[in-house]
Design a protein around this ligand. Structure first.
Ligand code: UD1
Ligand code: CA
Length: 469
C-alpha cells in the first residue's frame, strides 16, 4: 500500500476553550486530548507521524512522546510559530514528512476518532484514485463546522467554513471532519496557492479541495460510519461531550472483559485504568489515573480511587484511596481516606472514619473506628482502637511511629512520634505514649481516676455560682 505519514495539527490557540492550557492538552477521561488522536493513527498502522505544534509546544511534544512510548513510531515535530490557519499548519510539516505515498491529516481536537475509521478512509482513498479524500459526516446540528458542497453528480466541489457560508450553504448537514487523506505532490502544490481571503483571514486547509479540482484532480469524500466519533472539541461543552463518549466506550470494554458496572451513567473510569474479572463497580465511583484493580473486588458506592493498586477481593466502600497499594482481601470504608504512600497488608480493615497516610500496615491490622495513622509502620494483626492518633508532627518535622506485630492499642491513644510499641504489647485506653513500650508490656500513661463520693449531692446544695468542688 506504500508509505503513509500522518500529520496531526496541534498548534492552535484553542481560544474558544478560554483556558491557560492549550486545547489539545486538556484531559479527557484521564488523558490529554492529543493522545487519543495519536493513538488512533498509530493503531491504524501509519508509518510515521509529524505533529504540528505551536502553543505550549514543549508540553504538547511531551504528551505525544509519552503516548508513543510503547509503539516507538518515527515521530517528528514541526513548529508553527504563528497560527495562520490549518493550511499553513500542514505546510509546516512538509520538511519533516520525507518519503510518503499518502498523507493522513488529522486534527488534534477530534479525540473520538478510531483506528477502524481511519483505515476505512485510507482504503477509500486508494479505491477512489483521488488527490484528496475527506472524511465527512452527516449531522443533525452542523453548527461550527465546515460544510461539504457537492455538485449535481455528487462530486465534492469545495468546503465552505461556517463564517464564510451563505444561508443556503449553512443548511447543508454534511460537515468536514478535518480528517482527510491526500496525495502529497498535488497537496503541496495546492497548499502553495491557498490564500487567506476569508472571514478569519487564515490559510484554510479546506480550500485545497476546490483548488485541486481546478488543477484537474479528483476529490472524494466518505461519510463517517459513526457521526459521533468525529466530534471536534472547540469549547468546554464539547469537552464534556467527548469525555462522556470516551467513558462510555471504556465501560463497555470493561463489561465485555467481565466487570460488572451497575450504573454506567454514574461510573467514571479513566482510559488507563485496569479492572479484573468479577469486580463489581457500584454507582458514583470514580477510578482515576494509573489505578489497577484486581479480580473480585467490590468498589463503591461512592468510592474514589486515584493512581492506586488493588489486589484481588478488595472492598472499598464510600472511601478515597490515593497513590497506595492495597493487598488482597482488604476492606476499606465506609468513610475512610487512604492518602498517598500507603501499603496495606492482606486482610486489613480500615474505617469507618479512618485516615491513613504514608504508612505500612501489616496483614490483618484492624483500624475500624475514627483514627489517624500517619508516617507509621504497623505490624501484622495489630488492633488499633477507636480514636487512636499517631502524633507525627511536632510543628517542624514529621516523625515515624513503629508498632510491632500483635500489639493492642486501646481507644483514644496518642502515640507521640518518634516512638515504638513492642511486639504483643498493650497500650491502655486514653494513654499518651511518649516513651518506647517494651514487647509484651502494658503501658498506661494517664492520670489515675479519682472518685469524689457524694460530690453531686454537695454541689446541688450549694448556692448557684459557687464552682468549688
Ligand atoms: C476545522 C475545519 C472545518 C472542520 C472542523 C472539524 C479548517 C479551515 N476548518 O475548523 O472545516 O469542520 O475543523 O472539526 O480547517 N491548528 C493548527 N494551526 C493553525 C490552526 C489550527 O495547528 O494555525 C489546529 C488546531 O490546534 C486544531 C485543528 O488545527 O487541532 C483545527 O483547528 P480549529 O481552529 O479548531 O478549526 P475549526 O474552526 O474547528
Ligand atoms: Ca476544531
Amino acid at each position: 500500500m506504500g508509505r503513509t505519514v500522518a500529520v496531526i495539527l496541534a498548534a492552535g490557540q484553542g481560544k474558544r476553550m478560554r483556558s491557560a492550557l492549550a486545547k489539545v492538552l486538556h484531559p479527557v477521561a484521564g488523558r490529554p486530548m492529543i493522545r487519543y488522536v495519536l493513538d488512533a493513527a498509530l493503531e491504524a498502522g501509519v508509518d510515521a507521524v509529524v505533529v504540528v505544534v505551536g502553543r505550549d509546544a514543549e508540553r504538547v511534544q511531551e504528551a505525544c512522546v509519552q503516548a508513543a512510548a510503547e509503539r516507538r513510531p518515527p515521530l517528528a515535530f514541526a513548529l508553527q510559530e504563528e497560527q495562520l490557519g490549518t493550511g499553513h499548519a500542514v505546510l509546516q510539516a512538509r520538511p519533516h514528512v520525507g518519503e510518503a505515498d499518502r498523507l493522513l491529516v488529522l486534527y488534534g481536537d477530534t479525540p473520538l476518532i478510531e483506528a477502524a475509521q481511519i483505515r476505512a478512509l485510507l482504503d477509500a482513498h486508494a479505491a477512489a484514485g483521488a488527490a484528496a479524500t475527506l472524511l465527512t459526516a452527516v449531522v443533525a446540528d452542523p453548527t461550527g463546522y465546515g460544510r461539504v458542497v457537492r455538485g449535481g453528480d455528487g462530486a465534492v466541489l469545495r468546503i465552505v467554513e461556517e463564517k464564510d457560508a451563505t444561508e443556503e450553504e449553512r443548511r447543508i448537514q454534511e460537515i468536514n471532519t478535518g480528517i482527510g487523506c491526500f496525495t502529497p505532490g498535488p497537496l503541496w502544490e495546492a497548499l502553495q496557492r491557498v490564500e487567506p481571503r476569508n472571514a478569519q483571514g487564515e490559510y484554510y486547509l479546506t480550500d485545497v479541495v476546490a483548488l485541486l479540482r481546478g488543477m484537474g484532480h479528483r476529490t472524494a469524500a466518505v461519510p463517517a460510519a459513526d457521526a459521533e466519533a468525529v466530534l471536534g472539541v472547540n469549547d468546554r461543552a464539547a469537552l464534556a461531550e467527548a469525555g462522556a463518549v470516551l467513558r462510555r466506550r471504556r465501560l463497555l470494554r470493561l463489561m465485555r472483559e467481565g466487570v460488572t458496572v451497575v450504573d454506567p451513567a454514574t461510573t467514571f473510569v479513566d482510559a488507563d485504568v485496569e479492572v479484573g474479572e468479577d469486580t463489581v463497580i457500584l454507582p458514583f465511583t470514580i477510578l482515576e489515573g494509573r489505578t489497577r484493580v484486581g479480580r473480585g473486588c467490590r468498589l463503591g458506592p461512592g468510592s474514589h480511587l486515584i493512581d492506586s493498586e488493588l489486589a484481588d477481593g478488595v472492598t472499598v466502600m464510600q472511601s478515597v484511596v490515593e497513590e497506595s497499594r492495597i493487598a488482597e482481601g482488604v476492606r476499606i470504608g465506609p468513610f475512610a481516606h487512604v492518602r498517598p504512600g500507603c501499603e496495606i497488608g492482606p486482610g486489613a480493615e480500615i474505617g469507618n472514619y479512618a485516615e491513613v497516610k504514608k504508612s505500612r500496615l501489616g496483614a490483618g491490622v484492624k483500624a475500624h473506628h475514627h483514627s489517624y495513622i500517619g508516617d507509621a509502620v504497623i505490624g501484622d494483626n495489630v488492633n488499633v482502637g477507636a480514636g487512636l492518633v499517631t502524633v507525627n508532627y511536632d510543628g517542624r518535622r514529621k516523625h515515624v511511629t513503629v508498632v510491632e506485630a500483635g500489639a493492642f492499642l486501646g481507644c483514644n491513644v496518642n502515640l507521640v512520634a518518634p516512638v515504638t510499641v513492642g511486639r504483643d504489647a498493650y497500650v491502655a485506653a486514653g494513654s499518651t505514649v511518649t516513651e518506647p513500650v517494651p514487647p509484651g508490656a502494658l503501658a498506661i500513661a494517664r492520670e489515675r481516676q479519682v472518685n469524689k463520693e457524694g460530690w453531686v449531692e454537695r454541689a446541688r446544695s450549694r448556692p448557684a455560682g459557687d464552682g468549688s468542688a
